[in-house]
Design a protein around this ligand. Sequence first.
Ligand code: CDP
Ligand code: CDP
Length: 221
Amino acid sequence: MQVAIDGPASAGKSTVAKIVANKLNFIYIDTGAMYRACTLIAKENGIDYGDESKILTAIDQNPIELKSVDGAQKVFVADKDVSLAIRTPEITANVSQVSALPGVREKMVSLQRHMAGKTDVIMDGRDIGTTVLPNAEVKIFLVASAHSRAQRRLLDYAEKGIHEDLAKIEHDIEVRDYKDSHRKISPLKKAADAIELDTTNMTIEEVTAAIMAKILEKRAK
Ligand code: CDP
Ligand code: CDP
């Protein structure tokens, strides 16, 4: 079975996808982490975030891998654990530019489909239901108000020891959502057959239960 979870920044996609993956023993693939890794590769090699050919060469020289280490999902670039380095405000501010490059998307989508292979998978991102796994049996589109998403992100940053201003986070989220929704290739968009869930006033447990119910309903058929 393939489960696709899409939606804007901090809607709760990865948190819920990880829980569902653990409960059902599915493979979880965080595609946002892959675009963040591409952005980190550009930064660490001093490459301009718009220079597609240099970024593609650098990605070939520094392979991106998602691995489960002691039950936790980790991101590696050239065998180095970059799970924390890809979550900084600088990477977050520039990832939309890198993820809009056609060659970068082509490379990541091909890698994502290869990783999904023939096993049960739950994948989250922006274009999973529309482009990466168009035949996914369950497609969920998670949304929440920009303000509540900013509050969630503020707490995430605080846990990592990063201090940011709430208004700035909210502004940055809106800018990124706009860029992700308006790019030419595979913009953030609800697939026609996706179920939309507004999580503004939902707990993680409630969102998890709603998605689990949809998956189990499909399985039973
Ligand atoms: O965790 P957060 O919601 O902040 O973002 P993410 O899921 O880590 O994704 C980071 C960025 O990667 C997004 O803002 C998009 O620019 C890009 N992305 C994408 O273009 N396509 C995907 N399937 C996943 C992420
Ligand atoms: O993957 P995405 O960017 O969509 O969001 P996330 O990283 O899963 O969630 C962002 C933050 O919101 C995390 O700290 C979650 O614990 C929190 N969250 C929440 O408070 N309530 C929800 N219903 C979903 C997520």
